[in-house]
Design a protein around this ligand. Structure first.
Ligand SMILES: [Zn+2]
Length: 233
């Protein structure tokens, strides 16, 4: 039956404290694991928000991320300080990514870079970086079609889309419907915070109702990206 599956990943970026605690709670209520992508230095006092989308919204720290991980959620890297990696020289992008992974190594329990998915800030990568990155992580997420093939052995490049800066619910609904009406595959949609937190947010009730509706469809599986990648058909 696995080859009939529609896998859905809502990939929540940036590590907003209040939103992520609420998202975790909603996923748990629906017996699901959420997918959080965290900026390695986002919680530090000297962190400078890279853009308006993040403003002064409070971020969680690794104490929170370890706790959420223990509760079954997935915590993955989303950069050292949210630099757009296609805006800086290759060597600088490389060291930012390595610094990000170093912090994850020392702060996140049981972190293994070679099992991790690097989620490019702004979903912005370069072919050169993508090629190098696969020597240090298992896979990466970058911009492209939200509809990916079902996970296969050696799958490295995950593509995603999103909508902002305003509420992204109707964009997400349209893309999700198109996916569910199409052949089996893996839908990866890039989300951020709840209510007014972050770029392209969704409502708290919307998320709860969406998960409730999707979990009753027998062929739909809602999974964090790392868990989905472990399903090899
Ligand atoms: Zn981000």
């Amino acid at each position: 039956m696995k080859d009939h599956m529609h896998i859905i990943t809502l990939s929540f970026d940036d590590g907003f404290l209040n939103s992520n605690l609420k998202i975790a709670e909603i996923y748990e209520k629906n017996n699901l694991s959420a997918c959080f992508n965290i900026i390695a230095t986002g919680h530090l006092n000297n962190f400078k928000s890279p853009d308006k989308g993040q403003g002064k919204i409070k971020k969680g720290d690794f104490k929170i991320w370890n706790e959420l991980q223990k509760r079954g959620h997935e915590i993955m890297p989303h950069g050292y300080n949210h630099t757009n990696k296609s805006d800086v020289p290759f060597e600088e992008a490389q060291s930012l990514i390595l610094n990000c992974l170093d912090i994850f190594n020392s702060e996140l329990d049981n972190f293994d870079p070679l099992e991790s998915i690097f989620n490019f800030p702004y979903n912005s990568s370069t072919p050169e970086l993508e090629e190098w990155l696969l020597t240090v992580v298992k896979a990466f997420r970058t911009s492209g079609d939200a509809i990916n093939p079902l996970p296969y052995k050696g799958m490295k490049k995950l593509t995603t889309t999103g909508f902002g800066p305003g509420n992204c619910e109707s964009h997400l609904n349209d893309h999700k419907e198109k996916f569910l009406n199409g052949p089996p595959g893996w839908f990866i949609y890039n989300t951020h915070g709840l209510e007014d937190e972050g770029w392209g947010p969704i409502g708290t009730d919307y998320l709860d109702e969406l998960l409730k509706r999707l979990t009753v469809i027998e062929t739909v599986k809602i999974l964090p990206a790392g868990q989905a990648l472990k399903i090899i058909l």
